[in-house]
Design a protein around this ligand. Sequence first.
Ligand SMILES: Nc1ncnc2c1ncn2[C@@H]1O[C@H](COP(=O)(O)OP(=O)(O)OP(=O)(O)O)[C@@H](O)[C@H]1O
Ligand SMILES: [Mg+2]
Length: 263
Amino acid sequence: MKSMKVGNVWDDALILDVNNVSVSRSGKMILRDIDLRLSKGEFVGLVGPNGSGKSTLLLSILGVLKLHSGAVRIFGEPPMSRRLHGRIGWVSQAASNLPRDIKITVRELVQLGTVNSKNMLELVDRKRRQQVNKAIQMVDLEDVKNTDIGRLSGGQRQRAVIARALASEAELIILDEPLVGIDRESRNSLLKLLDGLCHDEGKTILMVSHDLAAIRQTAHRMIFLEESIRFDGTTEEFPDLVELADLRGIGNVHDEPNSKEVE
Ligand SMILES: Nc1ncnc2c1ncn2[C@@H]1O[C@H](COP(=O)(O)OP(=O)(O)OP(=O)(O)O)[C@@H](O)[C@H]1O
Ligand SMILES: [Mg+2]
């Protein structure tokens, strides 16, 4: 493993290191001086108003967007490194909007999560089949595993995409708004599932959500982002809405706290 932190040795418990990162898009600075470290087993909620740069931060971590300055290391490696293959699971913001005309079953979609550069030309072996079955079971889609994804509800499609990330056995799972379009019951079981992955399997999760109540119930740590990180601390310490408005530099125009955008 490459050396980085803690003197000259990369600390194995350090999963992600975002070091002084700034990112601009179309000439406009979207993220400024972001410092963020995730340790193994953490479940971190990333929140912030619309357009505050949450997806931009995730795409920068994944190496999709070019950094203006700073550096990202995942398991000590730069993003997109071949050595990271299969170690990061990604559920995008528009996951449940998969095209409806794709002829691919839930099982096939989830199986794609197990493909890597080493096994892509091989037949699916028993181990991979087990991973796929387990992931489908975890998101409770066994009844529809042979159904084309185009025939599923939005929430079911979202869960299928999450199962794909789970089947990959990724150690770091990054999710952008995975709760959108999911009914309350599935949402709760999904949050429980993600929580269990951190506690029982030592996975590390970074999840963006607008559902502040849901994420506060599950994440151990919360980050509030608006161009820069305005808050990073335990869920218990997460500011209430009036304090958040303060953090964001929003004065009290009337008697009511200005809190709408946060939810
Ligand atoms: N492709 C792009 N080119 C230029 N600017 C972009 C692009 N995509 C997003 N932006 C801008 O970057 C800023 C941050 O967008 P981003 O999608 O990261 O926000 P977000 O916090 O994920 O918002 P949401 O909660 O709505 O998903 C916004 O001002 C947006 O207009
Ligand atoms: Mg977004």
